[in-house]
Design a protein around this ligand. Sequence first.
Ligand SMILES: [Zn+2]
Length: 314
Amino acid sequence: MPEYPKTIIEFREWFATEQECRDYLVKLRWPQGFVCPCCKHAASWKMKRGLFWCRNCACQASATAGTLFHDTRKPLRLWFEAMWYVTNQKHGVSALGLQRVLGLGSYHTAWNWLHKLRRAMVRPGRDRLSGVVEVDEIFIGGKRPGKRGRGSAGKTLVVVAVQKAQKAIGRIRLCRVADASGNSLEPAVWKMVEPGSAVHTDAWRGYNGLTELGYSHEIVRKNPDLGDNLLPSVNLVVSLLKRWLLGTHQGAVEPSHLEYYLDEYTFRFNRRHSKSRGLLFYRLITQAMDLGPVPETALKATSIGSLNVQNSQD
Ligand SMILES: [Zn+2]
């Protein structure tokens, strides 16, 4: 059973010092005790500042090397505070909000940290949706409804998959695609939905190949138009997503960063009923340990301008 703080009081007690944060990361990295990353020997000397020195090959290792916290110059306590804050705000946080809460001198640092943590919100090899899954696409950004099959300036096409759980909405997956052709939609569905599942779509031809891929494909809406005629569960998820992009992020999302925001939204949505925020913190920190270093250059937006998220259905 994983150990994590359940409340903010526990959190503050567990991680009051830099050493306690470091020890926790050591425990996450080497649950059975230190193992040398170079030669796999277990015997080591403990050095200053969390360094281990392998007695066999003299290799030096730290718990943070090769993780999201690789070479960070800021105190781990600050990172822990950031992760606790990010997972305890139900609707997420903006860079400005994080900067204020942590008292960071620079907005840039807060922005970078949030982007790094977003990358840790996706569990590598996460399982796919199954059972009955509704699939539809939306355009995000731009002012006017887009047309399927054609490029649409300033808009990003996102495939939304929603697992139905009796009368409620289960888990979701979101995937950015280049266009609405079968060549783009089929791999997206494959990535998000377990073969053998029942996939409900509208009559858009881009979904024609799903049966061949092993899905039980059911067309539940004859109209293949995009935009104002979404399938019901997708429609609900999309309206919440747009409200979130507008609210927490005030619509200021770089198109080239959109998929990381989609990852954050998925992380939050799929855990929205989770009673234990401590468990969310634990998930985030373990995934940050599994994720490699994220260099700052990888965070830079490759395109200029923000997505203009409309509140209406577009
Ligand atoms: Zn060694």
